[in-house]
Design a protein around this ligand. Structure first.
Ligand code: SAH
Length: 210
C-alpha cells in the first residue's frame, strides 16, 4: 500500500479525500519496473521502458482531482503507459477505457492491473488521438501525453457536461495542462491549469494540420 505517498501528496496540496484514498490503497510498486521498486513510493516520474515514464504521483493526483469523479463515470484515458493512472481512475469511476500506442506497454499494464485486482479497466492498442469511437461518449477524458493541439476527436467524444484534462504543447519546455468543460448544450469552456512536462502524443495521422 502507499499511505506514505498519500501523506506526501496531502502535504503538497492535494485535497480531494477520495483521490488521496485511491493513492493510499493502490500499490504503485506493481506498476514500476522491478529494478526501481525502492523508488516506487517517491513523488517522482520513473522510466518504464520504450522511452516512456510513469507520471509523477503529484501530477496523477492533480489531474484526477480536476476530473472531479463521483463514481459513476465512464472515463477515457489516452496513454496507458504503466497503468498506474488507470488504476487510480478505476477506483474513482465506473469504467475506464485506456488507449496505448506501444503494444508491449499495453500488455504489461494489463498484467499489472490484473495483479492489483482491478477489473474495470479496458485497454486497447492504437493511436489515442482518435479516441475510442465505439465506446464514446465519455463523461471524462484524460490525456497523459502531450499533443501540439487538442485532437478534435477527443472533444467530439466528450459527453455534454463532461470534462477533459490534457497537457498541450509541441515543445516539452512550454506545455500547459488544460481543462476543457463541455456544457449541457455542447458549448466549450477551456482554462489553463499549470505548466507541465509530458512525453509527446505520437500521431499516426498522415494529414498535416494547420
Ligand atoms: N498514464 C501513464 C503515463 C503515460 S506516459 C501512467 O500512469 O504510467 C505516456 C504514454 O502515452 C506512453 O506510454 C506512450 O507510449 C503513450 N502514447 C504516446 N502517444 C500515444 C498515442 N498517440 N496514443 C496512445 N498512447 C500514446
Amino acid at each position: 500500500m502507499s499511505e506514505a505517498l498519500a501523506r506526501q501528496l496531502r502535504s503538497v496540496g492535494i485535497r480531494d479525500e477520495r483521490v488521496l484514498t485511491a493513492v493510499a490503497t493502490t500499490p504503485r510498486r506493481l506498476f514500476v519496473p522491478s529494478f526501481l521498486l525502492e523508488e516506487a513510493d517517491a513523488d517522482r516520474p520513473l522510466p518504464i521502458g520504450h522511452g516512456q515514464t510513469i507520471s509523477q504521483p503529484y501530477i496523477v493526483a492533480l489531474m484526477t482531482e480536476w476530473l472531479r469523479l463521483r463514481g459513476d463515470e465512464r472515463v477515457l484515458e489516452i496513454g496507458t503507459g504503466s497503468g498506474y493512472q488507470a488504476a487510480i481512475l478505476a477506483r474513482l469511476a465506473r469504467e475506464v477505457f485506456s488507449v496505448e500506442i506501444v503494444p508491449d506497454l499495453a500488455t504489461r499494464a494489463g498484467k499489472a492491473l490484473e495483479d492489483a485486482g482491478i477489473e474495470n479497466v479496458h485497454i486497447r492498442v492504437g493511436d489515442g488521438s482518435r479516441g475510442w469511437p465505439e465506446e464514446a461518449p465519455f463523461d471524462r477524458i484524460i490525456v497523459t501525453a502531450a499533443p501540439a493541439r487538442i485532437p478534435d476527436a477527443l472533444v467530439a467524444q466528450l459527453a455534454p457536461g463532461g470534462r477533459l484534462v490534457v497537457p498541450v504543447g509541441g515543445d516539452p519546455e512550454h506545455q500547459l495542462l488544460h481543462l476543457v468543460v463541455k456544457g449541457p448544450n455542447g458549448e466549450l469552456e477551456a482554462r489553463e491549469i499549470l505548466p507541465v512536462r509530458f512525453v509527446p502524443l505520437v500521431s499516426t495521422d498522415p494529414t498535416p494540420r494547420a
